[in-house]
Design a protein around this ligand. Sequence first.
Ligand SMILES: [Zn+2]
Length: 255
Amino acid sequence: MILSRRLQAAWRLLRWGELGVRLSACPLCERKRVFVRLAHNEIAVRCTGCGASAVTLSMVAVLRKLAPQLHRLGVYELSARGALFAFLQQHAQQLTGSEYFPALASGQYHNGVLCEDVQALSFSDASFDLCTSTDVFEHVADDGLGFRNVLRVLKPQGLFVFTVPLCAAPATIERAVRNADGSIKHLLSPEYHGDPIGKTAHILAFRNYGGDIVARLIAAGFASAEIVWPQFSIWNFTRPVVVAYKHNQQHSAEV
Ligand SMILES: [Zn+2]
């Protein structure tokens, strides 16, 4: 049933003029796989072995380089399904995953899935070695509060590795704000994102991040942050990955 739904979603996404098939190395599968491009879109480019998109595979390529000791790390991933979650489940020492359910408080469960609002995480301080997320923070109303929550639950040597859509502009463009009463005030025309093959279509983007995302992480309390380009590309689709360190440590941007 799930497969059938995904096939139907993939079929709707398919643009015949943009269809492509290619054999290439998959950083998640760690072997050559057949990739399919359903459309000229990083989410529509998938490894047929693991199902991961070009965005997820950019994350995995960076994680393999930055955290080769993943098998010794306790990880918190801000989702509880998908190819990245499955990868972490297989490789991390311990994995906690969650989803955001607007009607539930952090720490509650919905059909066995932990609910967490990244603006109010229920975990104790210094709970994790590594936090990860893909394309979540542009949907968080108060991203600074979200960053501070991630910082709090990281151990002293912890790091935060995540993706957001990044535009070339130096400054982040705020598109919407949440009022104190919970209503949304749109500053620009509403922009919605989602994974059309998964279940997360049509989620409001509060902002389009620019190069100042690094400064925003420092302002939230991280000791250092950088934008890392992965050594992964398929049909020229690759996604820069943001890496933030709770405390200063030796690291290299040459991933
Ligand atoms: Zn794969």
